[in-house]
Design a protein. Sequence first.
Length: 120
Amino acid sequence: MSKKTLLVGASLKPTRYSNMAINKLVAHKNEVVAIGLRTGVVAGITIDTELMPYEFIDTVTLYLNPSRQEAYFDYILGLNPKRVIFNPGTENPKFYELLNQNNINVEVACTLVLLSTKQY
């Protein structure tokens, strides 16, 4: 069984990188849950619009710009993931510091590239 990934900033639009990431995570047989502004389904994954109490999250991959991330700090810390991936455009040193203080690994990378190069 794969490690569960939470994608934050999910989009229903196929041209968005978050949408592509859901599709690629599913294609690589990863267990995925997703949060976005609008509910819907991408690659069989229901996008939730509320902060759900997911359990056993290994990785959080962010598709939110830094100005919108602060509302998620406590939520993500509370999930206690092993790592948080900051995709291009989501870099946030303030959040890195909080994650490091809570022994959560910070990875500034692209989920799509990590999957393509088998480094995910």
